[in-house]
Write a new protein. Structure first.
Length: 259
């Protein structure tokens, strides 16, 4: 397995676990980390044996404090990965599910990473914010667009226009956190969710994720329902499309082949 400088990548069966690994700066990320993570997500997307990913942060203080402002303030030339912050926020064609295990602070770009994931599991000590306006910036890695699409507009604007910190419990009430777990258990909680996903056909999961996001972008229900999505078409032609009903009829667990 490849060695990385700014993250760790582990595989547990069909689960890829990506750990942002800059604990000395609360897992804040700079452009070299974005390019490294771009390759990590490219490899995950291309690996047919990997069906779901989890992203978390090293240590118990932070998921990610966002952009490494000290690196930027030092005058380092900024380079931008085409796939965005952490190689993830501008990645719109990843149909495999990604779960955020938020184990502490998720600020700015760190929160934007979590918002780019499909499921967020947060430890009770987690805190979320888009504080960019406080330092003359904007949450331009998707935060100002994803948050209003995932929670009510007024609640999103209340966070975006103040940069206030939102604890995990409030995040669940607002609707962007799926589950709050005790401190230190975010990764274990995310693995539980990953195993629930693995009980389903990977081709069905990809078809469902693609249909949800692409359908929302269409803007009208009828068009979204009538459209046939590429992953849906692949699912219909797959062996797993036969295996699922067959396993149900035979009262056994399906043997998903991902083809």
């Amino acid at each position: 397995m490849a060695e990385y400088e700014f993250c760790k990548v582990e595989k547990e069966g069909p689960i890829t676990i990506v750990t942002l690994n800059r604990p000395e700066v609360m897992n804040a990320l700079h452009w070299p980390a974005h390019f490294e993570l771009e390759k990590v997500w490219d490899d995950f997307a291309a690996d047919a044996d990997q069906w779901v990913a989890i992203v978390t942060g090293a240590g118990d203080r932070a998921f990610s404090a966002g952009n490494d402002l000290k690196f930027q303030a030092a005058g380092n030339k900024i380079r931008r990965a085409k796939t965005g912050f952490a190689g993830l926020t501008n990645r719109y064609d990843l149909d495999k599910p990604v779960i955020a295990a938020v184990n502490g602070v998720a600020m700015g770009g760190g929160f934007e990473i979590a918002l780019a994931c499909d499921i967020i599991v947060a430890s009770e000590n987690a805190k979320f914010a888009l504080p960019e306006p406080r330092v003359g910036l904007m949450a331009g890695a998707g935060g100002v667009h994803r948050l209003p699409r995932q929670i009510p507009l007024k609640q999103a604007m209340g966070m975006i226009l103040t940069g206030r910190h939102v604890p995990a419990a409030e995040g669940k009430e607002l609707g962007f956190v799926n589950e709050v777990v005790p401190a230190g258990q975010a990764l274990e909680g995310a693995k539980r969710w990953a195993k629930l996903v693995l009980g389903c056909s990977p081709m069905s999961i990809r078809a469902s994720k693609q249909a949800v996001y692409n359908g929302l972008d269409m803007g009208n229900l009828e068009g979204a329902v009538r459209n046939v999505y590429t992953s849906q078409a692949a699912m219909i032609e797959s062996e797993d499309y036969i295996e699922g009903p067959k396993a149900f009829a035979e009262k056994r667990k399906p043997n998903w082949k991902n083809r």
